[in-house]
Design a protein around this ligand. Structure first.
Ligand code: C5P
Length: 224
């Protein structure tokens, strides 16, 4: 059977990338974190102190941006490079998290990212996670998974992750950021976050990583 395209969408911080990595590793597929692309673009705009309402300036910056995913032997993961620099850690900062959904709502930014995402899928054998993968990027994906989890549980997980880097940020602030990103992502005019009609829903509020992988693999195997 030819290799599959697996699309995983869902709300912020509900474990999409964990499941996507697990599936990619189990199937020996490539994993692409589409959110990292929007984060890297945001990172570059913030670094250059571009006004996020200045579309002309944003267009100019996009011309200079080259994104790549490369295998990082030290973490054993695929990580994002921006113009020859590994920015995997830098794009996870709180400043980027606060601005990224505004940037991701800009049609030119989405066009730029989606064109690259489709190119990455040409060879198939790919697991890509994001917000519009099963609805816009790969509407014909072989497998579509939509992930969700209770917002309190999502905030708790994300807060724990952020602690080493940002001990000053409270759990309440994290929850507020998640809800705000979900609001912007679901309400934007271009490619809003939606569950594709044919997506399989996984609510992982009370699942372990092993259990969620098992549920997803059982579903993928039915399609293979
Ligand atoms: O997945 P992650 O939370 O890192 O994505 C960061 C942001 O990028 C999301 O909050 C969303 O605004 C945007 N995004 C998007 N479309 C995607 C992936 C991410 O709009 N396919």
């Amino acid at each position: 059977m030819r290799p599959l395209i697996i699309a995983i969408d869902g709300y912020s911080s509900c474990g999409k990338s964990t499941l996507a990595r697990q599936l990619a590793s189990a199937l020996q597929y490539k994993y692409i974190d589409s959110g990292a692309m929007y984060r890297a673009i945001t990172y570059e705009l913030l670094r250059r102190k571009i006004n996020l309402n200045d579309l002309a300036a944003i267009r100019e910056v996009l011309k200079d941006i080259h994104l790549d995913f490369k295998y990082d032997p030290s973490s054993g993961r695929s990580v994002i490079w921006l113009n020859g620099e590994n920015v995997e850690q830098a794009i996870r900062s709180w400043e980027v998290s606060e601005a990224v959904s505004q940037v991701a709502a800009i049609p030119e930014v989405r066009e730029f990212a989606v064109a690259q995402q489709r190119r990455m899928g040409q060879q198939r054998g790919i697991v890509m996670d994001g917000r519009d993968i099963g609805t816009v990027v790969f509407p014909d994906a072989d497998v579509k998974i939509f992930m969700t989890a209770d917002v309190k549980i999502r905030a708790q997980r994300r807060w724990k992750e952020l602690q080493p880097l940002h001990p000053e940020i409270s759990l309440a602030e994290v929850e507020k950021n998640l809800l705000e990103r979900d609001r912007l992502d679901t309400q934007r005019a271009v490619s809003p976050l939606r569950k594709a009609a044919d997506a399989f829903v996984i609510d992982n509020s009370h699942l372990t990583e092993t259990q969620q992988l098992q549920i997803a693999m059982d579903y993928v195997q039915k399609i293979m």
